[in-house]
Design a protein around this ligand. Structure first.
Ligand code: ADP
Ligand code: MG
Length: 624
């Protein structure tokens, strides 16, 4: 509890004590010439002075209708008609509710702050042979920083010297450490566990992973879910409507029956009951908790609207390479036509020197030699097909069947299952390299879990050949596979799937962020995975899975469903209880005590329910 909250607790205890003392005196005390009731004003003012003051100040500012106003007129009204204990009780209960809510919100904030703890305080930078401790913001790209065991990596970079294990748990929710050695990328926010690392920075702090993630989480509350927007709009109309309703309730039956005291009291009860705090507070808190809980397991959601859409996921579309498969290919065979094997691989690797595509990376790994950049010129990437480059002055093409058709070179099909990469000059076919990818270990489980969570259709879109696509699709139990697609065809496919789904369901596209930005943005929810260190993915997606496990998506859907169902429970519960008591109030059957319970009791229960979103994901984290 903060200092302010402790002070409030003291006030609550003092007022409650005073209230009980006065009530006891009132009932059992000796009869005195003067009545006891004015004593109730002491606990009333102890507990309620700030509410009265806020209500007055808001009226002066022209913002009449808020919950302070409702509480002020309800309790002052109760005092005026001689309902002293009720007035104190309503105020007391209201403040207890407020305190409870402040503590709950603070707790959610702190959970998210625990994630925010990834922000590094300083960086050790080498300048002119000396090690200086500076603000990470002051380190420039290309400088050398030193990270000791136990320290947090402050800025993204490449290891120059040393080897170590990194703990990425704060970013990915993954407890297994990740080994790094010379030449590997390190990502800011991870903790260096074992060895001293010298790292050359590749980004400024503001562009580093940590800064991006913090930015994203901090801004996630600006994108509101429909449920939240509904509540905001609802509250704006609701409060004035309630005040008018109360006025009518005080006046009309009184004119008919002449029982003014009775109906004024009913109107005041009506006011106490109708305070909308339970909804106004608990619904955003639910989403806040859901987003916070998801981020603790390495699922970053950029706004509650996306969390809501994730909960409605009906069609899930996957990209293949790097999403369902590891994107780490092994060269399984080389079939030279016009040259020897070594030259075939060398030509392909040189042409692929600058590409970030997983295929390119694997060819470079298989070649595994220093690349002489002087031999390469005019590199152009042809999305969904391959690359074109001048190697030793000769234009070569490296890519799939389609690329060969485009340049009109006669190619030989391959009898092996795997992704075929053809190599050709403008005139002659040099041969092909067969590489094979592996399905991720949790991909099958991910597809099954999504099905179990109620996703109607799982689809894979790939630029790879139909043979490979079908094989992967069968292995994973996907409903549909569309192969041989260019990036633009993937958009068309997604559009068709969007048209075919039910209006309430959402289409979710999962990719690795490499050349699938157009589809990511076209889908209802674009999910990028393996985002640790990939800016493009973090930027383009609505939901970011920090590690590259497709099964995280099913977990994300589960968290989203839970969040949404808790929000709906709260809405139904709060409105339901209020409706019942309002009805009793209209019939003259509810009293002030019931009203206070309907208001604050419901709020406390709703807020407690809301904080479950944060807790469940904690439990899941522990249970893993
Ligand atoms: P995926 O749907 O599998 O992620 P992409 O759209 O990234 O596919 O690529 C589709 C196909 O285009 C690949 O299977 C490959 O045949 C070819 N291709 C794309 N980029 C390259 C490249 N850099 N080198 C060789 N082939 C490539
Ligand atoms: Mg791809």
């Amino acid at each position: 509890m903060t200092k302010k909250q402790k002070k409030m607790l003291t006030r609550i205890l003092a007022a409650a004590g005073g209230f009980v003392a006065v009530a006891l005196l009132d009932h059992f005390g000796p009869a005195l010439p003067a009545p006891y009731w004015p004593l109730y004003l002491i606990p009333y003012l102890i507990i309620g002075w700030d509410i009265l003051w806020k209500a007055l100040r808001n009226i002066a500012h022209g913002q009449v209708f808020d919950e302070n106003f409702l509480m002020a007129i309800a309790t002052v009204g109760a005092l005026c008609i001689g309902e002293f204990p009720e007035a104190v009780f309503v105020m007391l209960f209201y403040q207890i509710g407020e305190l409870f809510q402040a503590v709950a919100v603070g707790r959610s904030r702190r959970s998210i702050a625990a994630l925010m703890d990834i922000r590094p305080d300083s960086a050790n930078v080498e300048r002119e042979g000396e090690l200086l401790e500076v603000d990470p913001d002051e380190v420039e790209i290309g400088e050398t920083i030193v990270i000791r065991p136990g320290e947090r990596v402050p800025i993204d970079g490449v290891v120059l010297e040393g080897s170590s294990a990194l703990n990425t748990a704060a970013l990915t929710g993954e407890s297994l450490p990740r080994d790094v050695a010379v030449g590997d990328d390190v990502i800011s926010g991870c903790i260096n566990l074992t060895g001293l690392l010298r790292v050359r920075t590749t980004k400024a702090f503001g562009e580093s992973t940590v800064a991006k993630i913090l930015d994203l989480v901090e801004n996630s509350s600006t994108k509101k879910a429909k449920t939240e927007q509904f509540i905001t709009r609802f509250a704006r109309w609701y409060t004035p409507a309630v005040v008018i309703g109360a006025l009518l309730l005080a006046v009309i039956p009184s004119l008919v029956t002449g029982e003014w005291a009775k109906w004024v009291e009913q109107a005041l009860i009506f006011l106490v009951i109708s305070c909308p705090c339970a909804l106004v507070i608990s619904v955003p808190l639910t989403f806040f908790g859901g987003i916070g809980g998801a981020s603790r397991v390495g699922i970053l959601v950029k706004g509650s609207n996306y969390l809501e859409a994730l909960a409605r996921a009906e069609v899930v579309v996957f990209d293949k390479t790097g999403t369902l498969t590891q994107g780490v290919f092994n060269v399984t065979a080389t079939h030279p036509d016009q040259c020897d094997k070594a030259r075939l691989l060398e030509t392909a690797a040189l042409a692929e020197s600058y590409s970030t595509h997983p295929i390119a990376r694997s060819l470079r790994d298989a070649y595994n030699r220093e690349v002489d950049e002087g031999r390469i010129g005019n590199v152009a990437e042809i999305a969904g097909r391959g690359v074109k480059a001048d190697i030793d002055g000769v234009t070569v093409y490296v890519g799939n069947d389609k690329l060969m058709e485009d340049i009109g070179v006669k190619w030989r099909p391959c009898h092996r299952v795997g992704t075929t990469v053809h190599v050709a000059t403008g005139e002659a076919y040099l041969g092909h390299i067969v590489i094979s990818d592996q399905v991720k270990p949790d991909a099958r489980e991910a597809v099954a879990a999504l099905k179990a969570a109620g996703v109607r259709k799982t689809v894979m879109l790939t630029g790879d050949s139909p043979a490979v696509g079908e094989a992967v699709g069968r292995e994973l139990g996907l409903d549909e596979v569309h192969a041989g697609l260019l990036p633009a065809d993937k958009v068309t496919q997604v559009e068709e799937l969007l048209a075919g789904k039910s209006p309430k369901g959402a289409l979710c596209f999962v990719g690795d962020g490499i050349n699938d930005a157009p589809v990511l943005s076209r889908a209802d929810v674009g999910v990028a995975m393996g985002a640790l260190g990939s800016d493009a993915a973090i930027e383009a997606a609505d939901v970011v899975l920090m590690d590259d496990k497709p099964s995280k998506l099913a977990k994300g859907v589960a968290i989203a469903r839970k969040t949404l169902s808790i929000a709906n429970q709260n809405i139904a519960f709060a409105l339901g209880v209020k409706a019942v008591i309002l009805l009793l109030g209209l019939l003259g059957k509810a009293n002030m005590w019931a009203g206070a319970f309907a208001d604050v009791g419901v709020m406390v229960i709703a807020v407690a329910n809301a904080t479950r979103t944060l807790k469940t994901s904690n439990d899941e984290k522990k249970g893993r």
